[in-house]
Ligand binder design. Structure first.
Ligand code: 8IG
Length: 279
């Protein structure tokens, strides 16, 4: 099937999106020479270089050459999918260097195609990373925070039909324990996903805080739901790249986001590598 035909198939409601994910996984296996990947990582804003210490990159594929994947829309996002042999192991990580966001308007299937592809490629666990705004002023820009739970404020779901999935332990306690073995001081928080692409108003940040959010962002929750439905264990790590609107005394800027990621790079690279090895 041609690349456009794969994209069209993914957008066709009569197609099971897992069929396109299976085709994507077959292309990944063929292009990387790795028949089965053990875990997957999705790199969000600020995490572009954080996967560089995972191990040896055995293959890199421009993501848009994989069925169902679109070219990235945001500056600072990396558009390659890599196969990495985890240092000191015989296990392979599939590193998705970019994601499709809900705010791109391409539909929820595109948003979660990466995690469905990871499951089809054999992964048992996925590490979702993101850059986000923080409500806790003790979390200065550059602070990594484990997602303990989420508020999905997108008013949508990646699941279609009567697909009832239990989300009680969505962000697996086992994987958060693994992360805490690596860094016992890692804080945990509740992540609220807004649709974006605009940042929140100060009133919306106040609302999110009263509803229990510690972090605000534009990704992750829909992917986590789809990942759990596909049978993956989920770990999510947020990099607070800015204080949320109204918490911060200064307006938000994308430049600030990129800067915070660069400053945090050594710490989050080590963190990600150690966690990936132990999962
Ligand atoms: I990076 O403050 C980043 N992404 N919704 N709010 C939302 N998304 C974000 C923010 C933020 N910072």
């Amino acid at each position: 099937m041609s690349h456009d035909a794969d994209a069209a198939a993914l957008d066709d409601p009569t197609t099971d999106p897992r069929e396109v994910a299976a085709r994507a996984a077959a292309v990944i296996a063929e292009r990387t020479g790795v028949a089965r990947h053990d875990i997957a990582l999705v790199l969000g804003s600020g995490w572009g270089e954080a996967a560089d210490q995972l191990g040896e990159t055995v293959a890199a594929i421009p993501s848009h050459e994989i069925p169902g994947f679109a070219a990235p829309a945001v500056a600072g996002h990396v558009a390659t999918t890599r196969s990495v042999r985890l240092a000191g192991t015989d296990r392979y990580a599939l590193v998705l260097g970019s994601r499709t966001h809900l705010y791109e308007g391409k539909g929820v299937r595109r948003v979660v195609h990466g995690v469905r592809t990871a499951a089809a490629a054999g992964a048992r666990a996925v590490v979702l990373t993101n850059g986000c705004g923080g409500l806790n002023t003790a979390w200065t820009p550059g602070t990594p925070v484990l997602v303990r739970d989420h508020l999905n404020l997108t008013a949508t779901s990646p699941l279609e039909g009567a697909t009832f999935v239990d989300l009680t332990d969505l962000y697996a306690q086992r994987l958060r324990d693994v992360a805490h073995e690596v860094d016992a001081a890692l804080p945990e928080g509740v992540y609220a996903q807004f649709r974006g692409p605009h940042y929140e108003t100060p009133a919306e940040v106040t609302m999110a805080g009263r509803m229990g959010a510690d972090l605000v962002g534009m990704s992750t929750t829909l992917e986590a739901i789809a990942a759990r439905h596909a049978g993956l264990e989920v770990l999510a790590i947020s990099l607070v790249t800015n204080l949320a609107a109204g918490i911060s005394p200064v307006p938000l800027s994308h430049a600030e986001v990129i800067e915070a990621g660069q400053a945090a790079a050594p710490r989050i690279s080590r963190l990600l590598a150690e966690i990936a090895r132990r999962i």
